[in-house]
Design a protein around this ligand. Structure first.
Ligand SMILES: Cc1cc2nc3c(=O)[nH]c(=O)nc-3n(C[C@H](O)[C@H](O)[C@H](O)COP(=O)(O)OP(=O)(O)OC[C@H]3O[C@@H](n4cnc5c(N)ncnc54)[C@H](O)[C@@H]3O)c2cc1C
Length: 336
């Protein structure tokens, strides 16, 4: 009678939600419970601009695994993009320019140059699309994932597929032993306490959302300056990257600096109505932790995606689920 493995996924950000979606597809007979202190808009994932653009600080245990995570992630987002559900899932195509005054290399991205349909150096006239004395630039095509749509979209399909959700804080992963045959730990910065992981460090970020419906292309300038259009005419302006800061309050100083840098890049943003200001702690870890730990019940960790969790949640989730399925096969072969 007891034929369906009981699996818990702790964490309801983009990583945990992607794990439950992959799990339901790979192991439809499992009884999956999502346990999360916060969901939807209250997660770091919903602070993110959500552009698919891995950076060099995103690292797996080897360069090959890092690249596989990125490639698998791109395919996952493309698969959703090709369905009629893409707008409901918050996945859209986006073009982006990246400019630099004196560093050619920051405009290149070896992780995606052969992956995305277009990644090219800009023509001289394109350097003048933004105000300022830009000398180097690239244009690339990518996708943007609005987590405010993606997370509830996954949640709805998870519940339809028989999944359960518990809205609570887990004090210790060992308390889940006995109740579940397998646990996925997708708690982002929460893993710092749950695992006593000193390698996990917050990179504080702050963004503004302004109304600028005319803007259809993303722009990056120097010093972490970015302007990324999203749904409904809202545009994300950023940003800051403050190492080891746990401050979740909106800093008026950061607000002023972000507006000044973004308006210097795109003067047409001056006077754009301010819709929201958000702060989030990027869970930075090198390498991103995707591995099993055998304790009271086996745990598969999947956290530490830093500033690239929306980009790379799918590739890491696929890897984590594969590890989990292997564990279940070894421990409870009859239940698969
Ligand atoms: C300003 C900013 C801009 C960003 N822009 C981008 C971008 O453009 N592209 C990109 O790819 N990435 C971007 N990121 C990074 C991205 O947001 C993160 O990498 C990603 O959100 C991490 O997802 P996560 O699911 O691991 O964590 P989270 O979204 O933080 O989710 C963690 C989940 O675990 C739960 N949890 C934690 N501890 C416990 C516990 N003890 N018990 C129960 N539940 C617990 C939380 O409640 C939450 O549900 C940005 C981040 C910031 C801050």
């Amino acid at each position: 009678m007891d034929s369906a493995p009981r699996v818990a996924v702790v964490g309801g950000g983009v990583v945990g939600m992607t794990v439950i979606r992959v799990l339901q597809a790979e192991l439809p007979r499992a009884q999956v419970t999502l346990i999360a202190e916060n969901l939807g808009d209250d997660t770091t994932s919903c602070v993110a601009a959500g552009i698919f653009r891995p950076g060099t600080s995103f690292r797996g245990p080897t360069p090959e695994i890092t690249q596989r995570w990125i490639d698998d992630s791109w395919r996952y987002w493309q698969d959703i993009l090709r369905t009629a559900d893409a707008p409901r899932a918050g996945v859209t195509e986006l073009g982006a320019y990246i400019f630099s005054r004196d560093n050619y290399h920051v405009t290149r991205n070896h992780l995606i140059e052969k992956l995305v349909p277009v990644y090219r150096e800009v023509q001289d006239d394109e350097l003048r699309l933004c105000a300022g004395d830009w000398r180097h630039g690239s244009y690339f095509s990518t996708v943007k994932i609005g987590c405010d749509n993606y997370l509830p979209w996954v949640e709805r399909s998870f519940l339809r597929g028989g999944g359960k959700i518990l809205r609570e804080k887990v004090a210790s992963l060992s308390t889940l032993g006995g109740q579940y045959e397998l646990v996925f730990n997708c708690t982002g910065m929460g893993a710092k306490l749950l695992c006593g992981d000193h390698d996990l460090v917050p990179l504080r970020g702050q963004v503004l959302r302004v109304r600028a419906p005319w803007l259809k292309t993303a722009f990056y300038g120097d010093y972490d300056t970015y302007v990324i259009p999203g749904a409904g005419g809202a545009v994300t302006l950023g940003g800051v990257r403050q190492y080891d800061s746990y401050d979740l309050s909106v800093s008026p100083h950061d607000t002023a600096a972000i507006r000044e840098r973004c308006e210097a890049l795109l003067p047409a943003l001056r006077g754009a109505e301010l819709l929201a200001q958000r702060v989030g702690l990027r869970p930075h870890r090198v390498p991103v932790r995707v591995e099993a730990e055998l304790g009271w019940s086996p745990v598969v960790h999947c956290y530490g995606h830093g500033g690239y969790g929306v980009t790379c949640a799918p590739g890491t989730a696929l890897h984590a689920v594969r590890i989990g399925l292997d564990l279940l096969r070894g421990n409870t072969r009859s239940k698969i």
